[in-house]
Ligand binder design. Structure first.
Ligand SMILES: [Fe+2]
Length: 232
């Protein structure tokens, strides 16, 4: 299966996932570009869906539906089936609440479309306030194969690397991570995200030391997670 990333506005990223003659738009807020790309590739848009219900991810839905015969897969439909088949190929749906209650990630082959749950460079913001739930979502993602490519809902790479540098100045992976960053095709492996993002290393000695040096609770995993969340 293939993925095409569409960039719009300052930092929003949307996606078309396709194989054979069938495609699914995820967070397709650039409907004209997506529809014309689909037409140029003889793709039929079968589904329109979202990683979560925030407006900056859903505003293209209606235009995509108007310009195609696609079916809208809302959160309830995604949860009910747990996967979407594109020309017989499964795209798995992972419910990952935390950023919002209806946040999902899409996973197929070596690709994860992570919405605002996990960005390249840092985990997303937990607007639900349910920190244990968000931790469980992130742990679910961390169980995926390390070579999986993370495609997020926004490109905040440069901002977040600067943030990590201020928090963990001796992180040896930041320069290489920035070097492979391409604003025209934003993604990185889950292994790279673990090396770079301190929020994914909530059980590492080094992160525990950083939290303790700041006088933050760090004894249990949940305490460390909540302490990390307080640094966002
Ligand atoms: Fe969001």
């Amino acid at each position: 299966m293939k993925i095409r990333q569409f960039r719009y506005g300052a930092d929003n990223l949307g996606y078309l996932v396709y194989t054979g003659s069938t495609a699914m738009a995820i967070d397709g807020v650039a409907p004209e570009e997506i529809l014309s790309f689909a037409e140029s590739q003889n793709l039929q848009l079968a589904y329109v869906t979202n990683t979560h219900s925030h407006m900056d991810h859903t505003t293209g839905n209606q235009a995509l539906l108007n310009g195609s015969d696609a079916k809208l897969l809302d959160f309830a439909a995604l949860l009910e089936t747990g996967q979407v088949n594109i020309d017989g190929n499964p795209v798995r749906v992972m419910h990952t609440p935390g950023h919002t209650r209806d946040s999902v990630c899409f996973w197929f082959e070596n690709i994860l479309i992570s919405g605002d749950t996990l960005f390249n460079g840092k985990v997303g913001r937990c607007f639900t306030g349910d920190f244990p739930g968000f931790l469980a979502s992130i742990k679910q993602i961390l169980e995926l194969p390390p070579e999986i490519l993370v495609y997020a809902g926004h490109d905040y790479v440069e901002e977040y690397v600067a943030f990590i540098r201020s928090m963990e100045p001796d992180n040896p992976y930041l320069d290489a991570y920035l070097k492979q960053y391409d604003p025209n095709h934003v993604c990185a492996t889950l292994a790279d995200e673990r090396r770079v993002d301190p929020f994914l290393r909530f059980n590492d000695e080094k992160i525990i030391d950083i939290l303790k040096a700041r006088g933050l609770p760090a004894d249990s995993e949940l305490e460390r997670w909540e302490s990390l969340m307080s640094l966002m």
